[in-house]
Design a protein around this ligand. Structure first.
Ligand code: N01
Length: 491
């Protein structure tokens, strides 16, 4: 097996890995490689190609601040976002250092050599620093349902859409009513309606769904955004602060979400006439406890003649049907599971070993995911996570968080260079302090108090995924490298 040595190794070529690559390159840190398991850049936007895949954050905000784009509409669709990521990657001049179809299988820190060694199917990589941008929503989670493996028809996860399958006239079931399902269902409903097919939607928990004010930008608007100096920045800033205004309702006073509750209730009344169906789709937890969804066509799709919303719990799957707890059996040809991702037990952590030889997964098994500033972890020198523990957002663009973390990592690398250090490692005490304060704050949030189960919470009921303050606050806290919170090793 071959072995290649680089200064920095980045895992993942989604928004996070690409941002790190571009910024390292800008800093003159050109000796890096980006390992990517897939065959292209894009991460979640490469993988989620299901019908209707759209970003529910406006693209003027859900894009790099340093790579503005002439977006055609307010909420962009997956192909446009994927094309944007490909374009930014191509124009950055860093693609020559991306290594595709090369999953990082195992990473371990050699404290004597002060180096990371990462094993891949095509040889080892040895690096001073390891930047993990593998994504928090990248590992599909299949539901544990009795008999699902015996189903004889087609079954696939929303993030692994089978485009070869002709759904015309088929009987299809979708399990799940999260952000993915509410985009898939209206599209499937139309295709199946036109071809005599039928759709069953299996809902365990009714989500809150507010309208999405999506529209195509007029040519005048696009031209103004391109040409008028400062207008794009101003527009982005207005969107940013508009989204930040949601934070108090999630983190301090859920009562502030009342206008959104009213909007969501009106959305139900507008989309559904049948009182029984209205009742079924009405959520019974506080708005914001789970991710607030945005759609104009979810409720009309559920009300369509060729759709049945099933709310009885699923008892089992047989060779050709789903059976619910009330004993009803609904035959199907195709099963789509839109059941989300591994979020609090990230699969990659099983394969990353720190200074003591313990895996990150073992470290986190007892206490839950925790890092210093969502980025650095005691016992894992020179490892920097992007979109690490408690960096997630329910209300705004993750790109803002990614750029904040990449700036912090650059500052850490600058510190290493300037002081002739071989490694920095987050101190356990600083890490504990950070997480204690975070979890104290978390107790007041709607995610904990709102009366729901969600992918934000781990098996101990702790929210280890979201950031409980404004993103402006997050950026401020990561604005400079705080060496006093780190153990340093000198060459
Ligand atoms: O996954 P989810 P998702 N039996 O975990 C249900 C991002 N995203 O892929 O609510 C029956 O939200 C589960 O039911 P319940 C976004 O951050 C962004 O939809 O747990 N049902 C739920 O309804 C989002 O939050 C965009 O009771 C089962 C659904 O499956 C995140 O990705 C678009 C079940 C899972 O919902 C994940 O969204 C799409 C079972 N055994 C996604 N197991 C943008 O627009 C699970 N469920 C940017």
């Amino acid at each position: 097996m071959t072995s290649r040595t680089v200064d920095h190794l980045i895992i993942g070529a989604g928004f996070a890995g690409l941002c790190a690559a571009i910024k390292l390159d800008e800093d003159g840190e050109k000796d890096f490689a980006v390992l990517e398991a897939g065959s292209d850049v894009g991460g979640t936007w490469r993988d989620n190609t299901y019908p209707g895949a759209t970003c529910d954050i406006p693209s003027q905000l859900y894009s790099f601040s340093f790579a503005p784009h002439d977006w055609p509409r307010s909420y962009s669709q997956q192909p446009d976002i994927q094309a944007y990521i490909q374009q930014v990657a191509a124009e950055s001049g860093t693609l020559d250092r991306f290594v595709f179809d090369t999953p990082a299988q195992d990473a371990s820190w050699d404290d004597e050599a002060q180096r990371w060694t990462v094993r891949t199917p095509h040889g080892d990589y040895v690096a001073k620093t390891l930047i993990v941008g593998a994504g928090g929503l990248s590992a599909p989670r299949m539901p544990e349902i009795d008999g699902i493996e015996t189903f004889q028809g087609e079954v696939f996860h929303s993030a692994r859409w089978n485009h070869d399958l002709d759904l015309s006239g088929k009987r299809v079931a979708v399990i799940g009513t999260g952000a993915s399902a509410i985009q898939i269902v209206p599209e499937l409903q139309k295709v199946l309606q036109a071809t005599g097919g039928h759709l069953d939607v299996y809902q365990r928990t009714a989500p809150w769904v507010i309208p999405r004010n999506d529209r195509v930008y007029s040519s005048v608007e696009r031209s103004a955004l391109r040409r008028v100096p400062g207008l794009r920045k101003l527009y982005r800033a207005a969107l940013y602060w508009g989204h930040e205004a949601f934070v108090p309702a999630f983190t301090l006073a859920p009562g502030l979400a009342l206008p959104a509750v009213k909007q969501a209730q009106a959305n139900i009344r507008k989309g559904i006439k049948d009182p029984e169906l209205r009742e079924k789709v009405t959520p019974h937890f506080m708005l914001g406890c789970k991710r607030v969804l945005r759609s104009n066509d979810w409720y009309p799709a559920l009300a369509a003649d060729n759709v049945e919303l099933v709310t009885d719990p699923i008892a089992k799957v047989t060779g050709n049907a789903i059976v619910t707890a009330d004993g009803v059996e609904r035959e199907i040809d195709v099963l789509v599971v839109a059941t989300g991702f591994w979020t609090t037990e990230l699969p990659i952590t099983e394969h990353v070993r720190g200074r003591s030889g313990q895996s990150l997964a073992d470290r986190w098994r007892q206490s839950g995911m925790a890092a210093y500033k969502g980025t650095a972890i005691p016992d894992f020198p020179n490892l920097f996570m992007i979109v690490g523990p408690n960096t997630g957002q329910g209300h705004t663009s993750m790109i803002f968080i990614i750029e904040s973390q990449v700036a912090y990592i650059r500052a850490a690398l600058e510190h290493l260079r300037r002081h002739g250090l071989t490694s920095v490692e987050a101190e356990p005490r600083a890490t504990d302090r950070w997480n204690r304060s975070l979890q104290r704050r978390m107790k007041r949030t709607v995610w904990t108090r709102g009366g729901c189960q969600s992918w934000y919470l781990d098996s101990h009921g702790r929210n280890t995924t979201l950031w409980p303050r404004t993103t402006a606050d997050f950026r401020r806290r990561l604005a400079s490298f705080d060496a006093e919170a780190y153990r340093e090793v000198r060459a």
